[in-house]
Design a protein around this ligand. Sequence first.
Ligand SMILES: [Ca+2]
Length: 313
Amino acid sequence: MPPRKIIIDTDPGQDDAVAILLALASPEEIAVLGITTVAGNVPLDLTTRNARIVCELAGKTGTRIFAGCDRPLKRPLVTAEHVHGKTGLDGPTLPDPTMPVEDTHAVDFIIDTLRGEPAGTVTLCPLGPLTNIATALHRAPEIADRIQEIVLMGGAYFEVGNITPTAEFNIYVDPEAAEAVFASGVPITVMPLDVTHKALVTTPRNDAFRALGTPVGLAVAQMTDFFERFDKEKYGSDGAPLHDPCVTAYLIRPELFTGRHINVEIETRSALTLGMTVADWWGVTDRAPNATFMGALDAEGFFALLTERLARL
Ligand SMILES: [Ca+2]
């Protein structure tokens, strides 16, 4: 099988960084056509900068990076420096990036790529708020039929929320964009907090990254050290959840994940539950299924894959 062609849409973020590294380390399974950036964890200038830093860390300076939307569709931007630090990539000390950003806007790149590649051969992998994807679908509705699949990190059902009591960050930041994407008819696979909170970087797992003895292994260990302090305090867990790498791991080893094909709707009006992913896990409505919502993860298999692939960079 030829590698699967993907566009990574991202707001790095330490866990975005690990997701990107995993994809770039896996050319047999994944061909990264481009990385598009969006405002989310930190503002757009920083997410774009961080995407370049990560590609340079991986030694993949030929990767094409496109800057996208700098704010949500209808709301002011909410960021998450309290989790990711001031730069969004706090932890390791990495050099200022020198590789270029493409002149084309991320939304134009997404549209042009989907028009140019054979229908059904390009997968979109959003790791941040869905602003770029929703904007592309709005501007060129015909691309919906050409997208192979959208595999995204966002939402929660049993874990409910992380930025509010009922909402996960990526969906909360741009709920109107999420609503448009979930209504698009494109096949969607969702990695919610229910799964990503099972991808915990325990001390032995982080030691395994560090023990790779490479710049990538050390940087990943330092990134995880930085942002796990937040989750340890908040949840009392053994380590930080690696949210976004669940998306790229799924493309390589889908059998590590199990879930249900269900209806998922996005709350856009309630003050209390704005951005909630209302997931009909138990099938109590007759609303049509529109997403495969993951619920379980083989965490040992996930970390074995991640460590093995990061060792290649
Ligand atoms: Ca992210």
